[in-house]
Every structure is written in structure tokens, then in C-alpha cells.
Design a protein around this ligand. Structure first.
Ligand code: ATP
Ligand code: MG
Ligand code: MG
Ligand code: MG
Length: 444
């Protein structure tokens, strides 16, 4: 059956004709001899009026029984009406009832605890739907850039045997009679795939048993990761800047009305986003970032990792995103390319306006001997995995990638919810997805 959506009937040439829509009661006003509805569907809203004199008694009685969020199909004549919220009104002739609905438990001004309890209903909230649509476009357009540029989408595993880097943040699961973990990153598997496919990307959930509660950490998030053979750090930075700018620019075009709504909710003005697209992004060495923070009176030393407070302060010094590069080797993962001076060839992309890290990326250590030394130095050679009845070094397979035709390569991981949070100018990451996993929150 061909469906009709509200956005398709908000048209001059349908005025005077009979139209039909399916949707939910968004607002309702009973005026004795008329009932005004505002109906919503996934594409928009439209006003509809039921006049007592125009319909039979059954239809009139039906109209009076609806609650907010009741579901129905309406047929009627489309009219122009400047007073209606979207400039049109349907004069109703017939109503098909699906569900009158019961008094809806949410009014839109609830505290977070109530929202958490009714999350499954709260997700119908208009501004939240706007965010989901913006997120959809950001991802679609990001993918589009990589596809157009010749990258392959691949599907790495989620149940993994290797504890990639941060063992304290792993969720352990039972895998028959073995131990496995929920993946934190697809990187090692993407690295294995570049030898045949060259440039690959994946979108997977990543899981992190983060201890502290912050506004930017979830326990389950969507991770967009890329890896490319022959790419050095500069090539990676260029691809990241181009692809994010492409995604942002197209999303602004596609989501005009959503951004109009969001402006009054979060204060995000698309002029600010256009500015980020037009200006070149900043590349700053970690060392210079630390100097800048010290000059600002922040208590930080060379060798310290940046926390979200330091990242926030640093990003507030610039009006564009910052690629903060060449971190000290000790604060970053073992697989990053050694410069030989105690730093690695990496970057964290810090989103402006205080948001901080949304991407971590690096050129990978592709030289066998150095990687092998580092695995020992990091004491990762004591980690074992079971293969059949054998116990072998967990990183043996990863080292093979440097034994059989190793090449320079680079990659990065973007947190899709972090990206969305920044673009929509949101305070907390939890409202960038429908069912966030947060410690102490609901696990439905
Ligand atoms: P942070 O320093 O904020 O804890 P990270 O350095 O541990 O992040 P990476 O391991 O570099 O994160 O992961 C790549 C990207 O995944 C990050 O840049 C971020 O966008 C995203 N990310 C990491 N942890 C989380 C999380 N708990 N919730 C949501 N997104 C996350
Ligand atoms: Mg972390
Ligand atoms: Mg980090
Ligand atoms: Mg990182």
C-alpha cells in the first residue's frame, strides 16, 4: 500500500482535494462544536478540524474520545489556513480509529528520573526526534564520503578474545567454556583487512565499562572506524577533515527544519556550523597545547594526559576543531607509530566550544621489531588466548600482520554520539540515542 506522509500533502496543488493521513494526536483542543487536532507523523505535523455539523454522530463521538498520542487515520479536504501551525488544515470527513490512547504520562517538562522510567515513550519528543534525524544524516553523509572515496565497509567481530588496550574498561562475557570480551574497538581487525581491501571502514557498537560518570561517556556507543594502507598521519588528518566537513555541510542542507527547532532548544545556530566547515581546522602539537594551558594558569605538565576539563579549556582558545598531535608515547596505546623522541604519530580531534575529544587516530607502528619490543615493554606478551586446545600469545596474530607484507598504515575511531552531541550542541551525551547505557540507568 502506498503511504501518504504529511510532508507530501503540505502542497498548494492539493488544496481543495481529498487527502488522507495516518498518524498520532500531537495536540488536541475541544471547542464544543469543533475539535481541533494537530496530527504528527514521522515527517511533520498538520492541523485537522472535525466539525460537529459536517460529520455523522459516530465520527463526532470518536473525535471526542482521543487522548494525546492516540493513533488514527483521517480523511478530509485540504484547506489553506494561515492560523494553522504549518499553514494548512484538513477539514475532516472520516476518522478510522486505531487506538484512542490513554492519558499520556509525559507532558514534556519532566525531570530526568521520570524520563528514564518512560524512555520508551519519551523518545517521541519532538526535539529528540530532531536529534535522531540529524544523527541519521551525519552518519549517512559520512558513509557517503568514504564510499565515494573508494573505501570498503566491513563487519569486524564484537565478541573478541583480545583485550585491545584498556583492560580495566572491558566487559567480560562467557563464551561457552572460554572467556571473551565485548569489543571496545574494531581497529586490530580493520588493520588485518587493509592488506586485501586497502581502505576499510566499519560501524559497530563499542562497549566500555567506564568507571566515572561524565557527560561524554556511555557504556555502549556506536563507533565509526577507518583504516587505510599507505596512509601516513598527514593523509589521515586530511581524510578526517574532508569527510567530517562533507558530512556536516550536507547535514545542514538536509536538516534545515530540525536545526530550526534545535536552535530554540540547545542554541545551535547553523551559522556556527557553516563557519566550522569553511575554516581550515587547527593542527597543534601536544607540546604546544600543554604550553598554552600552562600560560592560562592550568596545573598540567608535559607527560600528563588531557582530561575533559583541559580539553574544554584548550578548545575554547580556538574557533575551529583541533587536531592535537604527537602525544607522549606513555599516555597512548602501544600500537601507535614511534617518532623516536618519546612521542607517537597520533592525533585526538577535539571538537570546539568545549566539547573535546570526538576522534582518536594514529599512524600505526608497522615495523615488526619496534612493535614486538613495545608489546614486551607494555607487558602484553603475557596475555594469552585459547585456540583449540592451545594457549597462544594474544598478540601473535597481530604481529603476523607485520611479518607478511607490512606497510605503513593509519586509522581512526569516531564516536558517533560524541559527534552528534557537538553538532546538536547538547549538554549530555545520553540524548543522542534512544536507549543509552549508563551505569545506574535502566537496562531494558
Ligand atoms: P575518552 O578520553 O573520552 O575516554 P578515549 O580516548 O578513551 O575517550 P578512544 O579509545 O580514543 O576513546 O575511542 C575513539 C572514540 O570513541 C573517542 O574519540 C570517542 O569519540 C569515542 N568514545 C570513547 N569512549 C566513549 C564512551 N564511553 N562513550 C561514547 N563515546 C566514546
Ligand atoms: Mg576513555
Ligand atoms: Mg582520550
Ligand atoms: Mg582517544
Amino acid at each position: 500500500m502506498k503511504e501518504t506522509y504529511i510532508k507530501d500533502i503540505l502542497k498548494e496543488d492539493l488544496v481543495g482535494k481529498e487527502v488522507s493521513i495516518k498518524g498520532w494526536v500531537y495536540r488536541m483542543r475541544d471547542m464544543k462544536d469543533k475539535v481541533f487536532f494537530v496530527i504528527r507523523d514521522p515527517t511533520g505535523i498538520i492541523q485537522a478540524v472535525v466539525k460537529k455539523d459536517n460529520v455523522n454522530e459516530n465520527i463526532w463521538n470518536d473525535a471526542l474520545k482521543f487522548q494525546i498520542e492516540g493513533s488514527l487515520e483521517l480523511k478530509g479536504i485540504l484547506k489553506k489556513d494561515e492560523r494553522a501551525p504549518t499553514g494548512y488544515e484538513i477539514e475532516v470527513k472520516d476518522i478510522k480509529v486505531y487506538d484512542y490512547g490513554q492519558p499520556f504520562p509525559l507532558k514534556g517538562d519532566e525531570e530526568i528520573d521520570t524520563i528514564q522510567k518512560y524512555r520508551h515513550l519519551w523518545i517521541r519528543t519532538k526535539w529528540f526526534v530532531d536529534i535522531l534525524k540529524v544523527k541519521h544524516s551525519l552518519l549517512k553523509n559520512l558513509r557517503e564520503w568514504y564510499i565515494n572515496d573508494g573505501w570498503y565497509e566491513v563487519q569486524p567481530p564484537i565478541l573478541v578474545g583480545n583485550a585491545a588496550e584498556n583492560t580495566t574498561e572491558l566487559f567480560e562475557v562467557k563464551y561457552f567454556d572460554q572467556k571473551a570480551y565485548l569489543s571496545q574497538s574494531a581497529q586490530l581487525y580493520l588493520e588485518a583487512l587493509i592488506f586485501s581491501l586497502g581502505k576499510v571502514y566499519s560501524l559497530t557498537p563499542s562497549f566500555r565499562a567506564e568507571f566515572s560518570r561524565t557527560k561524554r561517556h556511555l557504556h555502549e556507543y556506536w563507533h565509526f572506524e577507518i583504516e587505510a594502507a599507505w596512509y601516513h598521519l598527514e593523509d589521515l588528518i586530511k581524510a578526517v577533515e574532508e569527510s567530517l566537513k562533507y558530512s556536516i555541510e550536507k547535514t545542514i542542507e538536509e536538516r534545515k527544519s530540525e536545526f530550526e527547532d534545535l536552535k530554540s532548544i540547545t542554541g545551535r545556530d547553523i551559522k556556527e556550523l557553516k563557519d566550522f566547515v569553511e575554516k581550515p581546522w587547527k593542527i597543534l602539537k601536544y607540546e604546544d597545547g600543554i604550553k598554552k594551558l600552562k600560560d592560562l594558569g592550568i596545573n598540567i605538565r608535559y607527560g600528563d594526559d588531557l582530561g575533559s576539563d583541559e580539553e574544554r579549556i584548550l578548545t575554547q582558545q580556538f574557533d575551529v576543531p583541533i587536531f592535537l598531535t604527537y602525544y607522549p608515547r606513555e599516555v597512548k596505546a602501544f600500537y601507535m607509530y614511534e617518532n623516536g623522541d618519546g612521542t607517537v604519530k597520533n592525533f585526538d580531534l577535539l571538537a570546539p566550544e568545549g566539547y573535546g575529544e570526538i576522534i582518536g587516530g594514529s599512524e600505526r607502528e608497522w615495523r615488526y621489531n619496534i612493535l614486538d619490543q613495545k608489546i614486551k615493554e607494555w607487558k602484553l606478551d603475557s596475555l594469552k588466548i585459547e585456540v583449540g586446545n592451545e594457549e597462544i600469545d594474544a598478540y601473535e596474530w597481530y604481529k603476523d600482520l607485520r611479518r607478511y607484507g607490512s606497510v605503513p598504515h593509519s586509522g581512526m575511531g569516531l564516536g558517533l554520539e560524541r559527534f552528534t552531541r557537538w553538532i546538536c550542541k547538547m549538554d549530555h551525551i545520553r540524548d543522542t540515542l534512544a536507549f543509552p547505557r549508563l551505569r545506574g540507568g535502566w537496562l531494558y
